[in-house]
Design a protein around this ligand. Sequence first.
Ligand SMILES: Cc1cc2nc3c(=O)[nH]c(=O)nc-3n(C[C@H](O)[C@H](O)[C@H](O)COP(=O)(O)OP(=O)(O)OC[C@H]3O[C@@H](n4cnc5c(N)ncnc54)[C@H](O)[C@@H]3O)c2cc1C
Length: 378
Amino acid sequence: MSAAAGYGSTAEYMAALSGWLAVDERIQGYRGYRPASLEESASRLKGLQAVLADEGWSRLGWPERCGGLGGDPRFRGAMFDTLWEHDIPVPEPFNTLEILAPVMLVHAPHLAQRYFYSLLRGDEAWAQAFSEPDAGSDLASLRTRMEPDGDGFRLTGQKVWSSFAHLAQRSVLLARSGGPGHRGLTMVLIDLDQPGIDVRPIRSEDGENHFSEIFLDGAHVPGDRVIGELGQGWAIAMYMLQWERGAYGWLQQGRFHSRLEHALRLGGDNPGSAAMLGHAYAMATALRLHTKATVDRLAEEEVLGPEVSIDKLLLVDAELATWDAIRHHLGPAFDLDERFGWLRTEYFFSRAAPIYGGSQEIQRTLVAQRVLGMPREK
Ligand SMILES: Cc1cc2nc3c(=O)[nH]c(=O)nc-3n(C[C@H](O)[C@H](O)[C@H](O)COP(=O)(O)OP(=O)(O)OC[C@H]3O[C@@H](n4cnc5c(N)ncnc54)[C@H](O)[C@@H]3O)c2cc1C
């Protein structure tokens, strides 16, 4: 029996996890860990992911049929919150898990059964390859082709902005298997280290390789790697969005709270700091309350609609406000002090919040048209 099995409530689970985090020797080196680079963080935090899985803490909240210990997604949220409270970083692949694993469980149970546990344990990492140079907001216009090829398919095209793809072994990818528009799309799982695939990191302004381009030149994908049915790619992408906006938002609110508390401990006292920190705290709290309700609905297996765009909009406000406030509070030291390199990396990333996972303009339009029922603009 693992350390984490058998908790009836998230409160009971959090108390037990808290006690374990405080004493387990393997965990102490991760407390207050500040990575020097994304690559270093990915490599180091694999060890943390492995311990959390081996001891069962990260298995709660996932179904038993794929290696979990049962229980609903609230247990996952409880683990993230507890890690942040102990200033132990949540490994980046948990973001991807929250977005992709629910999709696999519902639409490709055979793949979930094969790969889920390796992903949870950090033995492998996955990326998402949806966007293309001419298809971001308008994803339905993507052009990567998927054509029949023996026992499977042949992929040809180009993807861009795939987060951490250069550190991943596999990627979920959306391609055109049929005619134009969203009905011609199919979702597949590809191996990134195979012939016909070239992953090229993109160096960002902050000096980090946040993203990659993925070039596909006739890459073969076996037929059993299709997620759902042929032509169902768009519907599955829409299913994925409820997790990308709701569950991801919950995970991130814990980080914002943790970073705000950290900045307060670091000192700093610029005029206007109090108002900005108070505003950021209010935004992070609004995100927390709203995404808590969303995660509760996901736990009850409700299918969410366009209202999850509200979660994304609240995430944008909270992420920008948090980092604006921290930068202002710490003053020039934030930009210059060597100790704050990791904070600057998170600051730079926060500037992308209005774009990633569907831009702010698109989310506002979705809320206006599909939640409020306003007519489409001409
Ligand atoms: C940090 C980060 C991580 C990412 N990770 C991934 C990933 O892992 N995998 C992946 O596939 N993609 C990823 N992306 C890409 C992301 O999904 C796209 O950048 C996003 O969907 C916007 O698409 P685009 O960049 O092509 O911009 P465009 O769609 O060209 O939009 C440019 C601007 O025009 C606005 N705009 C576009 N259409 C409309 C409209 N109809 N009405 C009003 N305004 C409009 C947009 O809001 C935006 O401001 C990531 C992006 C970022 C920033």
